[in-house]
Design a protein around this ligand. Sequence first.
Ligand SMILES: *Cc1c(COP(=O)(O)O)cnc(C)c1O
Length: 395
Amino acid sequence: MCIHDIYFDHGATTPTRPEVVAKMLPYFGQFYGNASGVYRLARESRRAVEEARGIVAKAIGAGEKEIYFTAGGSESDNWAIKGVAYANKQKGNHIITTKIEHHAVLHTCKALEKEGFEVTYLDVDAYGKISLDELEKAITDKTILITIMFANNEIGTIEPVAEIGAIAHKHGVYFHCDAVQAVGHVPIDVEKMQIDMLSMSAHKFSGPKGIGALYIRKGVRLNNLIEGGAQERNKRAGTENVPAIVGMAEALRLAVEEMDAHTQQLIRMRDRIIHEILENIPYVRLNGHPTDRLPGNVNLSFEYIEGESLLLSLDLKGIAASSGSACTSGSLDPSHVLLAIGLSHEIAHGSLRITLGYENTDDDIDYLFSVLPEIVNRLRMMSPLYEEVLKGEKK
Ligand SMILES: *Cc1c(COP(=O)(O)O)cnc(C)c1O
């Protein structure tokens, strides 16, 4: 980049930390051995992978043998859901999820519906939370899997994960949790929360892209997704991506170590943005839960504005943000998450997601405040609807 952008899109991906890159580098040109080899060079690769596995396991309270490396969050979600569905067909064909999942979960469920599985998509309330009552009522004797996200990638709402785990286990149903937005950002304990499978992805916590993991509780019955060699104890084929695995573990180790400090800083900056904008710009609403939300997530709807125009104007000022999720951009449909929390199409279209990272500063936020009100005002002046509103106010 030749310009210095202010990066407010950490929910889409994060810059890889320099310490992480440094830790990865030797595993490209120096320790490049295939971890399956029988010579010394391979042993170093194998040692590094197993050390990384231990670090990742510890970060979520899992056992080392319960962590399987994958190519990222989407693969982990596909594996957990399809793997359990195919392996437990005799027991039942019913899956429970929510209307606000990431597409890696929603589209996987849709694909399974075409194969004869039945899926219940739970509603959420105005804050994006599921109802535990509705969850329990949705369980039948055919239910084999509950898949519900830890924290939503668009509006940041954190679901009552431990309570979901308790309900799942009471009924003998597996619980998969897409925790891609949560790992490295909020404390997670798969034992206390009774999670059976958990998806994570390194590039959402300052690690490299294309590497993730699926935690699979010992004893869970699921089929393989990627067949081939005997890697990952015969469960996930493919030569181990050693540099990425090492980078993922280092990023997660640092994220857990620094979590308390980062959380404090992020919540302060997040709430500063929310309060300042709600106070100074009219016709704006906050999406997501006011307190049970990811530390770095701000999601606002600006009435009488197109979110895309807002993003383009911010981009011209050197600010990178998003509307809804990156996957939704490019399509004309408003975000399924914003519709699920009850927003009208018009209001959903005027949404802005700002996701902060630990390297953001108050100067970044001051700069945002210095350009945003003018942009919002200019865009609204082009809206015929807003003209009507102004006339109404004068009366
Ligand atoms: C980013 C994301 C994914 C997909 O992860 P990738 O590593 O990009 O495949 C899945 N679920 C959620 C909630 C995400 O935020």
